[in-house]
Design a protein around this ligand. Structure first.
Ligand SMILES: [Zn+2]
Length: 386
């Protein structure tokens, strides 16, 4: 499938990303109207800028056919620059600290009680929490896993974890190995578990999850639900974390698909996206369900409170920070922007910088992030997790 995943030139002219004025010129001729999208840059210097002002009028075609569907019109949407530390695609590892907070968490077992259909995964206690936006994909994946294998023994043994809890696990690992670093437990502040995007699986039959046998179904299919196996066996030098068959991370379907089919770990994917900025070639691909995506990078404007992000004016898109130096825009090429999105406020508040980019935010429930004794006890039982 990776062979089908291609990066193609997405028909945009080179332009200066930070200074863009985009306008659409509508030409009406007799009974026909011809649309032409005209991209203007306020700074010259890009090779093809002269082409941008060409207006081609085809009098023989009605408007619907004359309009080039590949010509995307972009507009700038303002996002709080600090939101680069939030979103489905944040890279959290030894180099990049998790700076979030106010996670919108749910208890897996509590949420299971609210489901109409049967669920096939539990938290090992009621304090096992993950981000609200990760819960439904998890339930869908494990339901389909059950349909495919008849297995119903999956348990989440590691979910959201406070930094204090991470410190405890880290100290315990250093003590047991006598080393001054750990490849088993991420540094406090540097664990994906602190974000709520990660989960560790085990099984209630063996209390050991190695991802083999029938459980291989999960590794092959988890992208369909937006999950990746975060610490693969062949990427330990890049992730700096030992192979963890049980640790899954939510990143969203398009990105999970791309990483899975191209054999990339999250570190590599974030680098790959950075090589595809807005004003260059975008990553374009179609997933296994024939949904077409475009992905590109926009550097954060660290000198300003707000970063202006070029987004398609008429297509569905999502924005996520990468937790390092900018934002990743995901365009759903064949989906039109919902009407509600078109009337979005010009300057979103910090709580709501843009749609979908920071699902992790939302409502704040401080009581949820307290570590309980029960939780602490349960988590200590699995030492070999990040
Ligand atoms: Zn883990």
């Amino acid at each position: 499938m990776s062979k089908n995943t291609s990066i193609r030139n997405s028909m945009r002219r080179a332009r200066i990303a930070t200074e863009i004025v985009i306008s659409a010129l509508i030409v009406g001729l007799g009974g026909y109207g011809i649309y032409n999208a005209v991209n203007k840059t306020t700074e010259l210097g890009s090779a093809d800028v002269s082409d941008a002002s060409d207006i081609q009028i085809d009098m023989t075609q009605p408007v619907t056919e004359a309009f080039d569907p590949n010509m995307t019109i972009y507009e700038n949407t303002p996002v709080s620059t600090k939101d680069k530390f939030k979103g489905d695609l944040i890279l959290v590892n030894n180099q990049h600290e998790y700076l979030g907070g106010n996670e919108d968490l749910v208890s897996i077992n509590n949420e299971n009680k609210n489901q109409d259909e049967e669920t096939f995964i539990v938290g090992n206690d009621f304090n096992m929490k993950i981000l609200r936006c990760v819960y439904q994909p998890l339930i869908s994946m494990t339901r389909d896993f059950n349909k495919a294998t008849n297995y119903d023994d999956l348990v989440v043994i590691g979910g959201f974890r406070t930094t204090a809890k991470q410190q405890e696990l880290y100290d315990a690992d250093l003590e047991s190995t006598g080393k001054d670093y750990s490849t088993k437990v991420a540094k406090p502040g540097h664990s994906e578990h602190e974000s709520g995007y990660a989960m560790d699986f085990t099984t209630s039959t063996t209390w050991d999850y190695d991802g083999t046998g029938k459980y291989e179904w999960i590794n092959k299919n988890c992208w369909q639900y937006g999950f990746i196996l975060r610490y693969p066996e062949d990427k330990t030098e890049i992730t700096e974390i030992q192979y963890e068959a049980w640790h899954y991370r939510y990143v969203g379907v398009p990105h999970a698909f791309y990483m899975y089919t191209n054999g990339l770990c999250l570190e590599e994917y974030i680098d790959t996206v950075r090589e595809h900025p807005y004003d260059g070639e975008h990553i374009s691909f179609t997933d296994g369900n024939n949904i077409e995506y475009e992905v590109y990078f926009v550097a954060s404007d660290d000198s300003s409170e707000m970063t202006y992000i070029p987004v398609p004016s008429d297509k569905k898109y999502e924005i996520s920070g990468n937790n390092i130096d900018g934002f990743i825009v995901t365009v759903y090429v064949n989906e039109e922007k919902a009407p509600a999105e078109a009337t979005e406020p010009e300057a979103p508040t910090e709580e709501e910088p843009s749609e979908a980019s920071t699902e992790a935010e939302g409502s704040v429930d401080d009581s949820d992030s307290e570590t309980t004794t029960e939780e602490a006890e349960e988590e200590t039982s699995q030492a070999s997790e990040n």
